[in-house]
Design a protein around this ligand. Structure first.
Ligand code: ZN
Length: 262
């Protein structure tokens, strides 16, 4: 069995946000209170975190997560990256280094901004006193393994920085991060798969120049026919009940600490 926890279901500002408050969200519905994005995958052979939001400390505390085999990055925007420093705690608890994976462009930004956290496996000695994150460069379309979990980075297009998704175990799970278009190469690959669960970002119901809106999301769902879809990365314009009412029965808006079992 694979267990997935949505650590954060919100877009970059969180909900409520400083500029828009609760926006269109019903403040009485606890599902509308959203931290920034992060997803924890508990596979039989590996525990994997996708993205490290600025809310990571509370997310790991709330879900009692103290161990990770790997961290995967989708892109280098603050809401997906700036909690990276809390991974030091995972080093300290487990007294070992921790591998993270990112494509070349994302890795370059991470190294520029957070180079002090990164070491090479050969230099790892005292993980309590010294930063001990180990960088692994990955390529879209090229499979790699964490434990027995097969992972393929997926090219995405149209966000205002390079962004990629991930396919786990030949389509058991597809995790997409911020995008405006799914390029043909990725669509062709995914159309051949039987997708059990797809995690998709929504951000705004009507979309924006850098993000898909609900109509585009539903069109991609029609093309790819996943069994179950969870929508995350929602801003204060996305009320939980409203999005739920606008989506088919197999599409669920995410909420913080939502657990999905496959
Ligand atoms: Zn984002």
């Amino acid at each position: 069995m694979t267990k997935i926890i949505i650590l954060g279901s919100g877009a970059a500002p969180g909900v409520p946000s400083l500029s828009n408050g609760w926006g269109n969200c019903n403040p009485n519905n606890p599902y509308n209170r959203r931290r920034r994005t992060g997803t924890y995958y508990d596979f039989a052979s590996a525990k994997i975190l996708v993205d490290t939001s600025p809310d990571l400390r509370l997310q790991l505390l709330d879900n009692n997560i103290r161990y990770l085999d790997a961290v995967l990055y989708t892109h280098a925007h603050a809401d997906h990256l700036h909690g990276i420093d809390y991974l030091r705690e995972i080093n300290r608890i487990n007294k070992c280094n921790l591998d993270f994976y990112a494509t070349a462009k994302v890795l370059k930004t991470i190294k520029n901004m957070f180079g002090y956290l990164i070491t090479s496996p050969k230099k790892v000695k005292d993980v309590v006193s010294y930063p001990s994150l180990v960088a692994n460069k990955i390529k879209c379309g090229k499979e790699f393994l964490v434990g027995d979990v097969k992972i393929v980075p997926l090219k995405l297009d149209g966000h205002n920085t390079f962004s990629n998704g991930y396919m786990f175990n030949d389509g058991e799970i597809v995790h997409l991060a911020d995008f405006k278009r799914i390029p043909d190469s990725t669509l062709k690959l995914l159309q051949k798969k039987h997708i059990n669960l797809m995690i998709m970002p929504l951000t705004l119901p009507e979309g924006s120049i850098y993000h898909v809106g609900l109509n585009e999301v539903l069109e991609y769902i029609r093309i790819l026919q996943p069994q179950k879809v969870v929508l995350n990365h929602m801003a204060s314009e996305c009320d939980f009940d409203e999005i739920n009412a606008l989506t088919p029965d197999n599409v669920f808006p995410a909420y913080d600490n939502m657990i999905i079992e496959l």
